[in-house]
Design a protein around this ligand. Sequence first.
Ligand SMILES: Cc1cc2nc3c(=O)[nH]c(=O)nc-3n(C[C@H](O)[C@H](O)[C@H](O)COP(=O)(O)OP(=O)(O)OC[C@H]3O[C@@H](n4cnc5c(N)ncnc54)[C@H](O)[C@@H]3O)c2cc1C
Length: 382
Amino acid sequence: MNTKNQHLSYWETQSFLSYDVIIIGAGISGLSTAISLAEKSPSFSILVLEKSLFPSGASTKNAGFACFGSLSELLADIDLMGSENCLQLVKQRWNGLQKLRSRFTDNQLGYEALGGYELVKFSQPNYLARMDEVNALLRPVFIDSVFKDVSIQLMEKGFNTDVFESLIFNPFEGQIDTGKTIDSLWQMASKLGVKILTGANVHSVREGQVIVNFQGKMTHFEASMVVLTTNAFTKQLVPAIELEPGRGQVLITHPIENLKCKGTFHVDEGYFYFRNVGNRLLLGGGRNLDIKGEQTTAFGINPKIEEHLRQMLKNDLLPGVDFEIERQWSGIMAFGNEKKPILEWSDSRTLLAVRLGGMGMAIGSELGELASDLVLDKLEKN
Ligand SMILES: Cc1cc2nc3c(=O)[nH]c(=O)nc-3n(C[C@H](O)[C@H](O)[C@H](O)COP(=O)(O)OP(=O)(O)OC[C@H]3O[C@@H](n4cnc5c(N)ncnc54)[C@H](O)[C@@H]3O)c2cc1C
């Protein structure tokens, strides 16, 4: 007698255990992969397994920048990986954003086209000197210049002009409501017939066999193909994978009367980021203050970073303004030696679509599209 799943009834084993594709993780990558697959193969049975009550990785904890890199970040990327690789990465992020926006109305994503900015300190290099180089590199994608010098607006936006020397504007950047976005992806996947089970903590995956630990009971699922979109948590299932978790910390103020800055803002090569959420200010980042300490999959607040964020709000971003912090939280990202996501097979039936870095809300829909193509291609060849 087969000893697997002996705690289930005959009926349950017939209806709930076997699928064409199982996707693990219901963040933006998992839900986008499910949608792309269901769009291309409507007759497929697709199951998404999510360990939390609702998606609780980075996709619901992030800052909601619909972005593809600030000037200083792209310059650092050009110097690290070369112009062509940097351009390819920007294209992937931009394609991902376009794909996401093509699936939903702005209202369904909470999308606002307020533009993005980079604040440059007196103590930092003169990034503006290389602005034309980056604009020329990106012109084939955006047609127009992406970055413009708007330092003249520093004062009117209320920033400390003893700290910041220049302000660079990017009209192609926007902002999304990250909760609405994941909820919309979830609803779309469900409408397309994708089944989503939450509280399903995947214990192991091998050659189409997926074992889920639910309240201490092991249940065996099987699928022709499995896609892992567990991002920062992937090492628990594939220990040899080349990625490190990176915790990100965020806080948000109560509403501020006459908040002067609207849009998304990057500081220190993207290590700090802030934006308006209505008339609240959200500020996050600071991983660079304790890189080792933040290489963790444990959610939590690092007091040193928290203090830095609070001081930054008080002294640099909202000087002379009365404000209170309403709440703070953390989320876990995944980084590696390269900035490109990992999209590769870990065995003949398991595809990894992970390591989305700090701009995964942008790249996630594109990664889902590419993952769905690889799965369909492999199924066709089998
Ligand atoms: C503080 C912060 C700010 C950020 N700001 C931005 C931003 O402004 N713009 C931007 O583009 N990106 C931003 N990012 C990055 C972005 O959020 C991520 O790159 C993206 O959400 C990754 O999506 P994902 O679906 O790959 O992973 P996740 O959203 O982490 O989803 C993985 C899912 O897998 C589930 N899971 C894990 N292990 C298992 C298991 N064993 N069994 C079942 N389920 C499992 C998890 O519960 C989780 O729901 C930010 C991230 C953080 C943390």
